[in-house]
Design a protein around this ligand. Structure first.
Ligand code: GDP
Ligand code: MG
Length: 440
């Protein structure tokens, strides 16, 4: 894949906005990469639509090709779709907190139960009880008991002849009596999805009211894992997914598909047979595994940082001369918008803390910033350079153009005046920070 993607990436370096052709060319390869990583077709489609929407018209950074820029956007959308980091198991419930493990046979339920129990015991200092509800395979209960001994976690004593629901009830009861924090319920699986399995799991769920219902799914099974996730979520309702065999040679496409189809977070990842082979889910790592484009993502991030630094320096030089027009203000506002609020270039200029707090006082949320940018966009270049030109008739025109009011424009002009005054003052302080910056 990387070779093919590199092909489209070696296009000439060009500045400006991404065209539909740029985006489509890159997306053709991305589509192939996703399918190769075993991402479900429906997910590939909605995913590439999302990327196209975000990419067409986006600015191409200096020193980066359009193809590389698209890859960065693909990577960002991938991480968004995979969900945030750190959505681990939650315990905000009255102990003993029941955790129900469900999934097909061989997906790694019993192993994952022991792994999670070990982590909760060792790292989170929880008192954990494990119980096997697998009444079908005689060896299954024994398997969990052995794992329990290995990791130093107690298991519910085995009583012959009980149904899964009876065992589950007994486990919760024992959890209460024994002062346990968590009771982990490891259910039986089937080779394929079937109604009897679903009914049993649903019954156990109703009897124990688990705080987490975790689907354990094998990352190497691709499309099957997606169907399993959809079926379990529809029938019993999931709170999260544990993705096993991420140590295998799969590309991690199942992670994307399951998250996209069920909307449920991937909470943990199994990376081996040993009981310590359990990791938190890191969307950026999985994105890199699916795309295999970590280098390019890093490159584009570096280019973006360089552009920001360039802009900061150019601005500092203008400020040092006492120039701060509405165009500069717009650059500032855009930067703030990009950084998701306050900060941005301001943060990169020393001595700007004062101004930042002033802006913060003015309650500059994202909407306000967008409106102010719209106002400046509706001005002519001459007006941006020389705000004194802005008499009433011009203000009316700008208000109409930006969908705001003359009052909003006055407010913006006042803020600009204050900022410009402050900057002039700072520039005048000989040898002050701005002066130094300007001569850099
Ligand atoms: P269950 O039927 O769902 O309870 O599955 P098991 O927990 O018994 O696991 C089936 C097999 O998969 C065992 O041999 C495990 O050692 C293995 N296994 C489970 N999780 C992982 C994993 O994350 N990576 C690898 N390589 N093997 C795993
Ligand atoms: Mg099992």
């Amino acid at each position: 894949l990387s070779d093919r993607l590199s092909g489209i990436l070696s296009g000439l370096t060009r500045r400006g906005a991404l065209t539909e052709d740029d985006v489509n060319a890159a997306l053709r390869e991305v589509r192939r990469a996703l399918l190769e990583a075993d991402v479900a077709l429906e997910v590939v489609r909605s995913f590439t639509d999302k990327v196209r929407e975000r990419a067409v018209g986006a600015e191409v950074l200096k020193s980066v090709t359009p193809g590389q820029q698209v890859i960065k956007i693909v990577n960002d959308v991938l991480i968004d779709t995979l969900g945030g980091e750190g959505e681990g198991i939650t315990f905000d419930a009255v102990p003993p907190v029941p955790i129900l493990m469900v999934g097909l046979q061989g997906s790694g339920k019993t192993t994952s139960t022991a792994k999670i129990a070990r982590r909760l015991t060792d790292r989170d200092k929880k008192k954990v009880l494990m119980a096997s509800l697998d009444t079908r395979r005689p060896a299954a209960m024994e398997q969990l008991a052995i794992l329990g001994k290995q990791v130093g976690v107690e298991t519910l004593p085995i009583v012959a002849g009980q149904s899964a629901v009876q065992i589950a009830r007994r486990a919760v009861e024992a959890g209460k009596l024994g002062g346990y924090d968590v009771v982990m319920l490891d259910t039986a699986g089937r080779v394929t999805l079937d109604e009897a399995l679903m009914a049993e799991v649903a019954e156990v769920k109703a009897a124990t009211n688990p705080h987490e219902v975790l689907l354990v799914a094998d990352a190497l099974t691709g499309q099957d894992a997606v169907n399993t996730a959809r079926a379990f979520d529809g029938r019993v309702g999931l709170t999260g997914i544990v993705l096993t065999r991420m140590d295998g040679d799969g590309r991690g496409g199942a992670a994307l598909s399951m998250r996209a189809v069920t909307g449920k977070p991937i909470k943990l990842v199994g990376t081996g047979e040993k009981t310590d082979a359990l990791e938190d889910f890191h969307p950026s790592r999985v994105a890199n595994r699916i795309l295999g484009m970590g280098d390019i993502v890093g490159l584009v991030e570096k280019a973006a940082a360089t552009v920001d630094a360039d802009k900061a320096q150019a601005l500092a030089q203008r400020l040092a001369k006492g120039n701060f027009d509405l165009g500069d203000l717009r650059t500032q506002l855009q930067q703030m918008e990009k950084m998701g609020g306050l900060g941005g270039l301001m943060g990169m200029l020393p001595g700007m803390a004062q101004m930042k707090s002033q802006i913060a006082n003015a309650k500059m949320d994202d909407k306000v910033i967008a409106r102010q940018i719209a106002i400046i966009n509706s001005m002519t270049a001459a007006e941006r350079k020389n705000p004194d030109l802005l008499k009433n008739s011009r203000k009316k025109r700008i208000a109409a153009g930006s969908g705001t009011s003359p009052e909003a424009i006055n407010k913006l002009l006042k803020m600009h005046r204050q900022m410009a005054d402050m900057m002039k003052q700072m520039a005048r302080q000989k040898g002050g920070m701005l002066g130094k910056l300007g001569s850099m």
